[in-house]
Design a protein around this ligand. Structure first.
Ligand code: SAM
Length: 375
């Protein structure tokens, strides 16, 4: 197995062991397997949106489908409501075990653990391959290989529908008149140990008179202030989901890390257009909450009744998953080169505010390269 694949597998396995549902969708309500119904309902919505692309082109889905990077089966189960046989494939054994454990259609839906850069299916054996929020964490050389594999296993006339980011566009400064936000800290830890991570949930409202468009590198980020003075300028950063029209609101979950020295701090949240400006510099109001940063507790723990109040601290996720893209032009060229037709590339928001990302619908043609025998 390649180093890239090793890394991806280990990261996902760690995430899957700690909180598999939340690893798939990082909305807070899905922590620890909560809101299971909503979680799987979101899979139905996603599958409907993916298949709508084929509907628009008058294409059928066929009987046999594969869900690449299936996680706990969120889309796989939903796809089984549309196709007779569905196989979910995932690099993480724990994800596959979870998906198998909850499988509502054991006679028609199978799950396969696959650690290879190839897909474990015969040539021309499936009608449809889908993949969502999976290729974006795989490095391009490996993603391209998987795309070729998807084409190899799909019958001529069958389809691939997958989401893949293209690139982060160059930023154009947003005019200062648009840099007006109302920020509310909705949830934050009141106390953290030095260097400890926690999560801050922030409500962001566009109170300017113009729309915040996607692709402008607009993030919510935090500073740490001590006695009013800036102590840590750059800490957590998360994209603000755009577009956001005047008066519209969204929420951002920022992972923060307590400063290295104990003290009574203020955690300050602001918006920043990367490489352009923090919005406080443009007179947009920030939001601040007090956070007590404690010295590290000695290894021999204090008695329970003397322990400080439990902080609102979310789980840490280990190494952050890196984001990757393959330029849209290259995706088109790749499929054209192997005799497939790109039916459509629809802009998609799943990769977050910075990225131009697309859902591609591909019709597989007669001619394919057998990459497993070398190209
Ligand atoms: C964010 S989850 C998405 C799961 C599912 N597609 C969904 O939308 O519910 C990404 C999944 O892709 C899997 N994955 C990542 N790299 C993979 C690879 N090379 N082969 C198969 N699965 C992979 C991960 O283990 C993880 O379960």
């Amino acid at each position: 197995m390649s180093k890239d694949l090793d890394r991806v597998r280990d990261q996902w396995e760690t995430l899957a062991k700690s909180d598999p549902f939340w690893a798939v969708l990082t909305e807070t309500e899905y922590h620890d397997g909560q809101a299971r119904k909503d979680f799987f309902d979101s899979g139905r919505t996603d599958v409907r949106r993916l298949l709508e692309v084929l509907d628009r082109h008058g294409k059928s889905y066929g009987d046999v489908a594969v869900d690449f990077g299936c996680g706990v089966g969120r889309l796989t189960y939903a796809l089984a409501e549309q196709c007779k046989h569905v196989t979910g494939v995932d690099v993480s054994r724990s994800m596959i075990e979870q998906a198998q454990a909850g499988n509502p259609f054991p006679d028609r839906v199978a799950f396969v653990h696959n650690e290879a850069a190839t897909l474990p299916f015969d040539d021309d054996s499936v009608d449809l391959v889908i993949s969502v929020i999976t290729l974006q964490h795989i490095r391009p050389a490996l993603s391209l290989r998987y795309l070729l594999e998807m084409a190899r296993i799909t019958k001529p006339g069958g389809h691939l529908v997958f989401q893949l980011p293209s690139h982060v566009p160059a930023t154009r400064p947003m005019p200062p008149s648009l840099s007006k936000a109302q920020l509310h800290v909705l949830e934050a830890p009141t106390s953290l140990e030095v260097g400890e991570s926690g999560y801050v949930r922030v409500g962001v409202k566009n109170i300017s008179h113009g729309e915040w468009l996607p692709g402008q590198l607009l993030n919510a980020g935090n500073h740490w202030r001590l006695h009013g003075a800036m102590f840590v300028q750059d800490d957590g950063r998360e994209p603000v989901r755009c577009p956001l029209r005047p008066g519209e609101s969204t929420e951002v979950l920022i992972r923060v890390m307590a400063p290295s020295e104990p003290g009574s701090y203020e955690l300050e949240v602001d918006l920043v257009q990367e490489t352009v400006a923090w919005w406080a510099e443009r007179d947009s109001a920030t939001a601040r909450v007090p956070v007590e940063v404690r010295a590290k507790a000695p290894v021999t723990a204090a008695p329970v009744d003397e322990a400080p109040a439990a902080p609102v601290v979310a789980k840490t996720t280990g190494d952050e998953l890196e984001m990757n893209g393959v330029r849209k032009d290259l995706v088109y060229a790749l499929f054209e080169q192997i005799g497939c037709t790109v039916l459509e590339a629809t802009p998609d928001e799943r990769a977050g505010g910075h990225w131009l990302s697309y859902v591609y619908a591909i019709e597989v043609g007669e001619y394919r390269i057998d990459i497993n025998h070398g190209i």
